[in-house]
Design a protein around this ligand. Structure first.
Ligand SMILES: [Zn+2]
Length: 247
């Protein structure tokens, strides 16, 4: 930043390395002291009578009954600028009792981790990385779900995004435009090849996958697990998250 000096300079002082270090140390100490006074989740924290929560409905092709995942939060430092919701307990409900035993066990363990305090975000990645030996399934919209456990991890993740514990990975305007441009280009090329081939069979195949917003022949994106990666000019671009190996 440029500072315009309007008065005559009558004296100056050079800050020594030691003074600078002292200042930084003092600033750091002040931050730590403030952190110490903030409310945190720990094992001995009493459960308040009332907790705020959200319930997520999860429908899978594995069962005709939906799964309802409820996550309740404790509000820390309420009314201050450091107000923050922290997950406190999780419940899972379903008419389907097939998985009851391990689902109950899982909710108890997850709740215990929440109540221990500290960073619980690692759990999202752990759960999402569980693969069902039967092979997983595609959800509406083309997202691949490797297991029911991953589905629970996904629900916790979207909850953590909602309460601001995990930064939401919303695409910025630039990325959105990039994806829209790619999509347009792809659709135009598809139209051309179809006009050339005059193949009614491929037309039918296209209509087949109407539940997905992405082209029917899109491949699974390794980054976001959605069937949205299209091949153009010899490289894949994901129309969902924008991940691209091109150029
Ligand atoms: Zn992607």
């Amino acid at each position: 930043m440029a500072v315009k000096i309007e008065k005559a300079i009558v004296g100056y002082k050079v800050i020594t390395a030691e003074e600078k270090a002292n200042q930084e140390e003092a600033a750091q100490k002040a931050i730590e002291e403030q952190q110490d006074t903030l409310e945190k989740v720990h094992e001995n924290l009493d459960r308040p009578e009332l907790l705020l929560g959200s319930t997520y409905k999860v429908k899978t092709p594995m069962s005709e009954h939906a799964l309802y995942i409820t996550i309740n939060d404790i509000v820390l430092n309420e009314g201050t600028e450091h107000e923050q919701r922290h997950p406190y307990e999780i419940f899972i409900n379903s008419k389907n009792m097939e998985h009851f035993q391990w689902v109950l066990a899982l909710t108890r363990v997850i709740s215990a981790v929440f109540r221990k305090g500290g960073d619980a975000i690692f759990m999202v990645e752990e759960l999402k990385a569980v693969f069902d030996p039967k092979g997983g399934y595609f959800k509406k919209g083309g997202k691949f779900m490797p297991s029911l456990v991953a589905e629970i991890g996904e629900a916790i993740e979207s909850h953590m995004k909602m309460i601001g514990l995990i930064e939401s990975d919303c695409l910025d305007a630039h990325q959105k435009k990039l994806i829209a441009d790619k999509r347009k280009e792809y659709d135009e090329r598809q139209k051309q090849t179809m006009a050339e081939e005059v193949a009614p069979a491929s037309n039918e195949a296209k209509n087949d996958n109407s539940s997905s917003a992405f082209p029917a022949d899109a491949q699974l994106c390794n980054k976001c697990n959605v069937k949205a990666a299209i091949l153009m000019d010899g490289c894949y671009t994901c129309l969902n998250c924008g991940d691209s190996k091109c150029g």
